[in-house]
Design a protein around this ligand. Structure first.
Ligand SMILES: [Zn+2]
Length: 70
């Protein structure tokens, strides 16, 4: 199945319009004040603000900076 990026679509956060970081199971908003995450279910991103979860700031920072928790 093609991801949105593969067909040339850059997804943005529906809340704040910042770029989203693609992860295997979710998209993460790259805006430090927003920090919403959008689940990907069966390859389809659930881009609904109502379904989004806000990452704690520490988790968000680790995610966007590429660090891994032990
Ligand atoms: Zn956002």
């Amino acid at each position: 199945m093609s991801t949105p990026e593969e067909i040339g679509i850059q997804l943005v956060c529906p809340d704040c319009r910042s770029e989203l970081l693609r992860q295997p199971e979710r998209y993460v908003c790259t805006d430090a004040d927003c920090r919403q995450t959008y689940a990907i279910v069966d390859g389809i991103p659930k881009m609904l603000i109502d379904d989004a979860e806000t990452l704690p700031e520490e988790d968000w920072r680790k995610t966007v900076t590429g660090e891994r928790q032990a």
